[in-house]
Design a protein around this ligand. Structure first.
Ligand SMILES: *Cc1c(COP(=O)(O)O)cnc(C)c1O
Length: 376
């Protein structure tokens, strides 16, 4: 069987947890939502969390909570999945693409600093491959300029930065629980924040903006059926069924992290001698959960190596096509060449298989096929 680049890990406990909910009274918003939110918050070093239907919804809720209005600027990275930009565009933001650091693939503090304007409302970094962004520097830059830091942690639930969990520091942090991510609920996501006011906005947005607390209603004496919408929201709820799966998965996040580290170290050791290949790096003040293993090969060899690996049963991936290369962005006027470091990173990048259930035999096979491909 072919070896995928990423894959979920489901065990009997996960299955039992889901089946248990199906026998109960709540399929959506119920006790498992509250429980999962408390666990995500604990894991993220925050007081509270808001779970939502996917990582894109989490970004949308975060941008809404940050107060983005039409014409506001959001500075983000092209080295991400389009959702990081698209969710801000849904709120009317103008996207400004910064460049990346060539070693980590993360948004460059210097590049962001050069792009700040009075219209900058949010700096949105992505913890590429699970490696946290320069949170302290980016947060200071944002706050000094009246903006907020949003951290897209779709790759990084379980990572730490200077000993602190991802989620504790940025104004808003979002997670994704898509099956290829570090843990899964099938589809799912979450928003965390150290600020109760921001999280409250995200929570209301998740449920149509409904206000049921009479103390803050405009017309509190209408009757017990009465509820109000003060700011329109959408339905981005995560069902109780999936939250039960999330709680069960979260219990194994440390096991997943250890396995991912083992794979990372095996690759680092196996490819250290390959000329022209650039291995991923890690800053010494972070402890990433490795979501991806992004290795870089000479640009002129990338397609050949990629095709060789796929032809030999290793379904590698490329993360990411610079966001503004997509025709939808090109049509808005973004030009190739805008972020040269990102483009160079992209041209050589290949993501090797990285997931908790990768067997030792398959790991050895990936190493063998990659070495063959490079040395061919
Ligand atoms: C997966 C991903 C998202 C979107 O999450 P979904 O749950 O698929 O909506 C956003 N940003 C990054 C960096 C991702 O990898």
């Amino acid at each position: 069987m072919a070896i995928p680049y990423g894959r979920h890990s489901i065990n009997q406990d996960d299955i039992d947890a889901v089946v248990e909910v199906l026998k109960g009274d709540w399929l959506t918003t119920g006790p498992n939502v509250t429980k999962f939110e408390a666990e995500i918050a604990k894991r993220s070093g925050t007081q509270d969390a808001v779970v939502v239907s996917n990582g894109t919804a989490a970004l949308h809720a975060a941008y809404r909570a940050a107060g983005i209005k039409a014409g506001d600027e959001v500075i983000t990275t092209p080295m991400t999945f389009a959702a990081t930009a698209a969710a801000a565009m849904a709120e009317g933001a103008k996207i400004v693409f910064a460049d990346i650091d060539s070693d980590t693939g993360n948004i460059s503090v210097e590049s962001v600093a050069s792009l700040i304007t009075p219209r900058t409302k949010v700096i949105a970094g992505v913890d590429y491959a699970g490696h946290p962004i320069d949170i302290d520097e980016l947060k200071k830059l944002a706050h000094d300029n009246g903006a907020l830091l949003v951290e897209d942690g779709a790759h990084s639930i379980g990572s730490t930065y200077k000993g602190r969990p991802v989620g504790e520091d940025a104004d808003l942090t979002t997670f994704s629980f898509f099956p290829t991510k570090n843990m899964t609920t099938g589809e799912g996501g979450a928003v965390v924040s150290p600020r109760a006011d921001l999280l409250d906005r995200a929570r209301k947005f998740r449920m149509h903006g409904l206000v049921r607390d009479k103390a803050i209603q405009r017309y509190p004496n209408e009757g017990d059926w009465h509820q109000e919408i003060h700011e329109v929201g959408l339905n981005y709820r995560l069902p109780d069924i999936l939250c039960a799966l999330g709680s069960s998965q979260l219990e194994r996040l440390d096991t997943f992290k250890a396995k991912r580290r083992h794979i990372f170290e095996a690759y680092q050791a196996a490819f250290a001698d390959l000329d022209g290949v650039i291995l991923p790096t890690k800053r010494d003040y972070v402890d990433p959960i490795w979501h991806l293993y992004p290795i870089r090969v000479p640009a002129g060899e990338r397609k050949r190596i990629f095709d060789y690996m796929r032809a030999n049963g290793v379904i590698v991936q490329v993360n990411y096509i610079p966001v503004y290369w997509h025709p939808a962005f090109e049509d808005l006027g973004y030009k190739r060449g805008l972020a040269p470091v990102s483009e160079e990173y992209y041209r050589g990048e290949i993501s090797l298989p990285m997931y908790a259930d990768l067997s030792e035999a398959d790991l050895a096979r990936v190493i063998e096929v990659f070495r063959e491909a490079v040395l061919a």
